[in-house]
Design a binder for this molecule. Structure first.
Ligand SMILES: O=C[C@H](O)[C@H](O)COP(=O)(O)O
Ligand SMILES: C=C(OP(=O)(O)O)C(=O)O
Length: 358
């Protein structure tokens, strides 16, 4: 007999996952860790509102694949954060979800053991545990909000979120961002276009109604209030970098015309460094110079950094993985991270408090 089924033709299986509520009950955010997330979010709001003259620096690995190395990195970053805290507010990149140009490893949550077993529940547990460990150290964490369901499991631990260049134009990501509790940075598109980010910021400040899940794991209609803390992140594009003073001035104009915030973060990596990590410090220097020359719109920077330089392919035998080296985009190493951030802090120490609200 002919199979007349009309759905699930390309579905192999659907597995039920533990609920967000159950995961949070196993690993609750409470006490000083909760206070640390709340205070980090507020600090970033204050920077965006120009009540705090510091810049915030989102820095860390392109992706997390080894929680132990991530904690080693976090301990170093926490120490550096304390040293530069008068001038710079440091937030660690704790990126678990990678948007791929075509195919590739999609991050710790999707395939935590990097062996195509896709143990997503384990990925969520590992991710939540690592975030809790990091925020318990008093270090704020940031991530790319890529999957529309995972925020229910993890976003309570996040101080700043990014929407990536491949999803800034997506309605799903704009709706989700309108309900996030943290500030959100929208990257310009991969083609370098800023209009998608301007449109995203207009959208995200409004309330939305959309399909999602509740903490109890039920399919639900989510009603959001709108997120007042969105800003753009310039990350360059296929036509080249856009971190320089001319592109920044053009971006300010486009943002003003769109009636959205003129706060700008510069991503020193991605197309702004032509994916060559050694260029990131030069971009950071240029941004520092722009601020010394009077720029008022740049409120933050992003760096892709790890314990060791460069990147590596995921080997067939995972024992061959090199410690502290990215398995996605190439990163600067710890020594360069420390040197370039300290240099920026020293140069901007006396200048930032005198900046005016644009
Ligand atoms: O930041 C990470 C990468 O640039 C992004 O995930 C795209 O990676 P891919 O082009 O290697 O797939
Ligand atoms: C994927 C990232 O960046 P972009 O969206 O700018 O490519 C990232 O920051 O990890």
């Amino acid at each position: 007999m002919t199979d007349l089924k009309a759905d699930d033709l390309n579905i192999e299986a659907i597995e039920t996952l533990m609920t967000p509520k159950a995961l949070k009950a196993q690993m609750p955010l409470e006490g000083s860790a909760l206070e640390s997330v709340r205070s980090a979010r507020q600090t970033i709001f204050n920077i965006l509102d120009r009540k705090d003259p510091r810049l915030f620096v989102v820095v860390g690995p392109c992706s997390i694949h080894d929680p132990e190395a991530a904690l080693d990195y976090a301990a170093r970053l926490k120490k550096l954060a304390e040293e530069v805290q008068d001038t710079l507010y440091i937030v660690m990149r704790v990126y678990f979800e990678k948007p791929r140009t075509s195919v590739g490893w999609k991050g710790l949550i999707n395939d935590p053991f990097m062996d195509d077993t896709f143990q997503i529940e384990e990925g969520l547990k590992l991710g939540r545990k690592l975030l809790l460990d990091i925020v318990s150290m008093g270090l704020p964490a940031s991530t790319e909000a890529l999957d529309p369901i995972s925020p229910q499991y993890l976003q309570d631990l996040i101080a700043w979120s990014a929407i990536g260049a491949r999803t800034t134009e997506s309605q799903t990501h704009r709706e989700m961002s309108s309900g996030l509790s943290s500030a959100v940075g929208f990257k310009n598109g991969t083609d370098g276009g800023l209009m998608v980010a301007v449109n995203a910021m207009q959208s995200v400040s409004h309330p939305h109604r959309f399909l999602g899940i509740s903490k109890g794991g039920q399919v639900a209609v989510v009603r959001t209030k709108g997120n007042p803390y969105a800003h753009v992140v310039l990350r360059g594009g296929s036509a080249g970098p856009n971190y320089d003073s001319v592109h920044v001035a053009q971006a300010e104009e486009e943002l003003r015309k769109g009636g959205v915030s003129t706060n700008i973060m510069i991503d020193c990596s991605h197309a702004n460094s032509n994916k060559d990590p050694s260029i990131q410090s030069l971009v950071l220097k240029d941004v520092t110079h722009q601020i010394l020359e009077g720029n008022q719109s740049i409120i933050g920077v992003m760096l892709e950094s790890n314990i060791n330089f460069g990147n590596q392919k995921i080997p067939a035998d995972l024992k061959e993985l090199k410690y502290g080296v990215s398995v996605t985009d190439a990163c600067i190493d710890w020594a360069e991270t420390e040197r370039s951030i300290k240099e920026m802090a020293a140069k901007l120490k006396d200048v930032l408090p005198q900046r005016q609200t644009p």
